[in-house]
Design a protein around this ligand. Structure first.
Ligand code: HEC
Length: 309
């Protein structure tokens, strides 16, 4: 015990004489604690780096409902005629640009239009040569308008006529760029070939999703009503010979009427009708007894059902 006290006293004296040694004595412990904190931090790096609360990013997706438009054929154009833009063409491009594109790209062409807020990527600044994906050539801009830029709010303006796209491309190049790459015959030839411009272009019809859904719902409603009416008539016509034949060959009357109502081919001829019955027998609601029917009976059945549906 005395020993221990002596050692302790000596140590205290040493510190009293030279306070700097205290630091030396504590240093290893401080070092160990720092290392332990470091190891703890590394072990929990995943948790530290993981942000528990997701960052709120603005919804930059732009949803636009298509307008109803008929399919149309655009007559062939000679793209080489548009190599040097006439003033009317540029004017046409300007009007289109200001009404369709300026909301995002701005009337100045520098981006930051009113509809561009929060868009990521942001609408291209046409006055800068940087960052272009399809490029600033006439054909590059044409391609952008034809195909859109995937993963961005730059949609495809494929409902426009080729002339409209060319007009806009020329307008962008002449209005917003001082050093636009020159138009070459090669790029025009390539564009012509890529989009069959000299053969004429077929622009597909477009129908708004909502209208398409309404039409589908209406059609299936009408089909359903037709099936229900047909079954009711068959029930009522019990004494008609064709119905007796139908009852004889129908395994499941509802299924038989439905499968006929949902197909059109069999209406073409009695032969098609027989094929329809025979080829899908059991799945179409009819049973194998159809093979026992005579020609006359088949004919009666065909005419009756064709009238019904
Ligand atoms: C809803 C906003 C919006 C509208 C409207 C819009 N754009 Fe864009 N546009 C963008 C965005 C966003 C980009 C950038 C896409 C990217 O970098 O991925 C872009 C890029 C472009 C580019 C550059 C393509 C490239 O090579 O990088 C061109 C050219 C362009 N738009 C032309 C037009 C024209 C012409 C119109 C009108 C017919 C138009 N845009 C309408 C949002 C829009």
């Amino acid at each position: 015990m005395i020993e221990l006290k002596n050692i302790f006293d000596r140590a205290v004296n040493k510190v009293k004489e030279n306070p700097g040694t205290l630091l030396g004595m504590l240093y290893p412990y401080v070092f160990i604690i720092i290392v332990i904190i470091g190891l703890y931090y590394i072990a929990n790096l995943d948790n530290v780096a993981d942000q528990k609360i997701p960052a709120v990013t603005p919804d930059t997706s732009v949803t636009k409902t298509l307008q109803l438009a008929d399919a149309r054929i655009v007559p062939p154009i000679d793209i080489f005629k548009y190599k040097e833009p006439a003033p009317e063409l540029i004017l046409k491009g300007k009007n289109l640009y200001n009404s369709i594109c300026a909301s995002c790209h701005n009337e100045t062409g520098a981006g930051g239009g009113p509809a561009s807020v929060g868009l990521n990527p942001a609408p291209r600044n046409f006055t800068s040569p940087d960052g272009w994906k399809n490029g600033r050539t006439l054909s590059g801009i044409y391609t952008t308008l034809q195909e859109g830029i995937e993963g961005s709010s730059m949609i495809a303006y494929n409902y426009m006529t080729p002339e409209e796209r060319i007009a806009i491309a020329h307008y962008l190049r002449s209005e917003f760029m001082t050093d636009a790459p020159l138009v070459t015959d090669e790029e025009l030839a390539a564009l012509d070939q890529l989009y069959s411009l000299s053969e004429g272009v077929k622009i597909p019809a477009q129908i708004p999703v909502n209208s398409a859904l309404e039409i589908l719902a209406l059609e299936s409603e009408q089909k359903l009503k037709k099936i229900e009416d047909a079954i009711a008539t068959i029930e009522r016509d019990k004494s008609v010979q064709a119905v007796r034949i139908f009852d004889y060959v129908a395994a499941d009357k509802k299924l038989a009427v439905s499968s006929l109502a949902l197909s059109e081919n069999w209406k073409e001829s009695e032969n098609e009708f027989i094929n329809f019955l025979a080829l899908n027998v059991n799945q179409n609601g009819f049973n194998g007894r159809i093979f026992n029917l005579s020609d006359d009976e088949l004919n009666l059945l065909y005419n009756y059902i064709k009238n019904l549906l």
